[in-house]
Write a new protein. Structure first.
Length: 448
């Protein structure tokens, strides 16, 4: 079977193999509970530790499909053997999963600062979907395998092989274990091929492995994994340093927490450890994506090309699924995600009363700032007075509960700190000798 290319093909010359990976890039699309933040273009975020992510381009898409449905889901980044990248994605704009589409979106990229050769490739002639692509190098075949979710009477993972991501072989079943499956992710480590997938019958994530990577050669070796009420889209990532691995899972719905994670020191074992949500912060509003290792030069090029966020969020230390936000002009701590999602976004500007301090300017109401009055914290319009400026200024210091995080001391009531109490923000007297619970309430991670 041959591809159908729906846009002009631009050949990218082979590049020099990449330097050692020291950072990570995350590709995703966005959704929020009421779809205020839904965008079905290609989004990118970067991280130096693979845990805490900074969206690029102000969390706007870096490229959007111009053919097919005009939108994408489930983008996947693969570094090819020549050191350049290819991006694959589901051709689906929105949440109408009744649509059947035989194509995938494809782009080429030298270093993810630009995207060329946009095309769609036809993967099969079936009356079914082509979802959640992943790709890997099959050394025995000397080709790349493109694996995706489809239905040939049952939900299976299918594969087509390619040398150039333009012409593909006929589709064939890659993994059909006797129950319906979805969302495969294939990673090659040494001589072993690992496939992580969702079992649609149990709703759990599992790992399978093969010594050949050939279709129908994978055997499941892990117990089922799930966090939260529902989970899908397993994303397997080897750490840049050491032999450790992380497994990410996406919540089933944008109304739930977006990502969960596990870690292990031995990918071949069956011992995944749940990661505390304190340790990671996925990109804002991100859904079902992929992560690839990048070099320090590529990291710097991405930041230079697309820019880091001009806003921050404040993540709670003791309720790490909650972020500082305003609601009805009251400062609160609420579980993410929510709409309007902009309510949690702040510009941390020089303090209005003292430039050595900070003030929190609302992104969606830029004339308003967090300030205390009667020790409660409100979002109020800056009236230009010295009293307002003082109430809206805080000194940032090492976190009272964790010195790697931050606490914020009031400028004009200097024995009091910004904290949450019953999920409402206020300022209270606190110190390093306060109770552990109180110090936790006043400790936040500043994150994009």
């Amino acid at each position: 079977m041959s591809t159908v290319v729906t846009a002009a093909a631009v050949v990218v010359a082979p590049g020099v193999a990449s330097a050692a990976n020291t950072a990570y890039v995350f590709a995703y699309f966005t959704e929020t509970p009421n779809m205020n933040g839904a965008n079905y273009g290609l989004h990118l975020a970067v991280s130096q530790d693979g845990l805490n992510w900074s969206p690029l381009n102000q969390n706007n898409p870096v490229v959007t499909p111009s053919a097919g449905t005009g939108g994408l889901r489930d983008p996947f980044i693969l570094r090819k053997r020549d050191g350049t990248f290819v991006v694959l994605a589901t051709d689906l704009n929105g949440t109408d999963f009744s649509q059947n589409n035989q194509y995938l979106h494809v782009w080429d990229s030298t270093n993810l600062t630009s995207f060329t050769g946009y095309r769609r490739i036809r993967m099969h002639n079936l009356n079914t979907h082509t979802w959640a692509p992943t790709a890997f190098w099959d050394a025995a075949r000397g080709q790349y395998g493109i694996v995706y979710s489809a239905n040939n009477g049952s939900d299976v993972l299918m594969v087509n092989y390619t040398s150039d991501f333009r012409t593909v072989s006929a589709n064939q079943v890659f993994f059909s274990p006797g129950f319906p499956v979805l969302d495969g992710d294939v990673v090659v480590d040494g001589s072993t091929y690992y496939l992580y997938y969702k079992n649609l019958t149990s709703g759990l994530l599992y790992g399978a492995r093969s010594s050949s990577g050939a279709p129908n050669s994978f055997a499941t070796y892990t117990a089922g994994l799930r966090q939260g009420n529902a989970i899908e889209a397993p994303l397997l990532v080897k750490n840049n340093e050491g032999s450790g691995w992380r497994l990410w899972g996406d919540s089933f719905s944008p109304a739930n927490n977006d990502f969960y994670a596990w870690s292990t020191g031995n990918i071949g074992g069956n011992a995944w450890t749940v990661m505390n949500q304190r340790t990671f912060a996925p990109p804002l509003n991100a859904k079902h994506g992929s992560i690839a290792g990048i070099s320090s030069v590529e990291y710097n090029d991405l930041v230079s090309r697309w820019g880091l966020p001009t806003w921050v969020r404040l993540k709670s230390s003791n309720f790490p699924d909650r972020f500082v936000r305003h609601a009805d002009n009251l400062g609160r701590l609420d579980p993410y995600p929510f709409d309007p999602y902009q309510d949690q976004m702040w510009r941390m500007v020089p303090g209005l009363a003292d430039s050595a301090g900070v003030s929190f300017q609302s992104v969606n109401y830029p004339s308003r700032y967090l300030r205390h009055r009667n020790y409660e914290v409100w979002l109020d319009a800056n009236d230009g007075t010295a009293a307002f400026h003082a109430d809206a200024t805080f000194y940032r210091g090492a976190g009272l509960a964790d010195s790697a995080w931050s606490s914020f001391r009031s400028y004009n009531v200097p024995d009091r700190y910004l904290r949450h109490s019953n999920y409402v923000l206020r300022i209270d007297p606190l110190s390093s000798t306060s109770s552990a619970a109180d110090r936790q309430d006043a400790t936040f991670r500043v994150t994009p």
